[in-house]
Design a protein around this ligand. Sequence first.
Ligand code: TYD
Ligand code: MG
Length: 454
Amino acid sequence: MAKAKTVFFCKECGFESAKWMGQCPGCKNWDTFVSEPVIKKTSGIRLATGLTAEPELLSKVSAEEEQRIITGIQELDRVLGGGIVIGSLVLVGGDPGIGKSTLLLQMCRELSGTGKKVLYISGEESLRQIKMRADRLGIFHGELFLLSETNLDQIEDIIKKQSPEIVIIDSIQTMFKEDIGAAPGSVSQVRETTAILMRIAKGLNISIFIVGHVTKEGVVAGPRVLEHMVDTVLYFEGENMASYRILRAVKNRFGSTNEIGVFEMRDIGLTEVSNPSEFMLQGKPEDEPGSVVTASMEGTRPILVEVQALVCQTNFNMPRRTAAGTDYNRVNLLMAVVEKRLGIQMAGMDAYINVAGGMKINEPALDLAIVLAILSSYKNFPLDSKTIVFGEIGLTGEVRAVNMIEQRVQEASKMGFHLCILPQVNKETINLSAIPGMKVIGVKNIREILNLLR
Ligand code: TYD
Ligand code: MG
């Protein structure tokens, strides 16, 4: 018998190649190629069932609003763009254990409670395990069907027989189609099964949610392989240690990708956090050196977070520097700018920077807050605790403009802050009429902020 042909796939992005490669040309990741047997290509996805497609005039195509199902979980509805679009395929990605199954089971609970017919298919947990989780989440009403199955042919039959309105597939990496030679979780299985689910969603007008684990190692295909196939891609993120979780849309054919939803993981499941700023500032110390509050934009939503710095004389040959929740290299760069432009000796200083609450912020608007926190700790001089700071810092020490200033200042005002230190350029354009009681100080260069610390 002839040797079975194999082909190589990148398990991160699905790039296909006849030979193994060290670096994937598609996503530039290293060591991501895995070999898989060649499979017979199935036909593409037919969107309209049974009809032969005819070209139609653009002006004649009906543009009715897509029909949506409101889940009742506001943070989720917003990220989806105003509810679940009927017949859409949604991928929910995230690290294992972050709470994807919990979120979707809670969504099922809301939906079945409002009379929707829901089918939750798990390839990872037994029915008993799902039931135990459900018991933690509260009382379920209505038609929520559970199925523990991984064979997609069977799943297809059951979906056709039961005709639910919403289906959850938890997770795509456990699903398999028998006539594909590769193991469940391989790039070919994950792609093929998703294509079939897409066909089911469009053909039968069922909204399908698929869970995809982000994989760090092993040969299991990550959810990025599927991103281009589905309508909507949501990622569920968070720190393992911190209890908050952020749901972010990275692709949405039916809405904006700027929205985020914030949740907190409790012992009774996920609860919505409608005021993330308040949540992030919990436990902030008053009048302590090294603590500065900034307003960071998460999509279109401003969130206030506290940046902390601890700067002290080093006991090592090489000073120690750490950055939690922000970019380590950026912190080093900002310390070099402080050293060079302000003439403050940072070379002999340890510096520990922390974005409190476990958020990860990488926007440049954070720069000014980091520098102020460093200087405040260095000089042992606290900033007024009702002050908020944001601005980007350039290599010559200039403070550069940031976007969405009104939103940031407004959020600060809502949270009881009354002084705002921002780039001078922004100060000149900001409209303060809607934000009474807020004092703003514009800075052009980091030299000016030294005056604020005495
Ligand atoms: P889970 O939804 O199983 O994660 P995923 O499907 O993304 O792998 O979430 C598992 C974690 O959430 C687990 O560590 C326990 C925790 N958890 C709670 O803290 N409270 C709860 O009510 C539930 C159901 C889970
Ligand atoms: Mg799970």
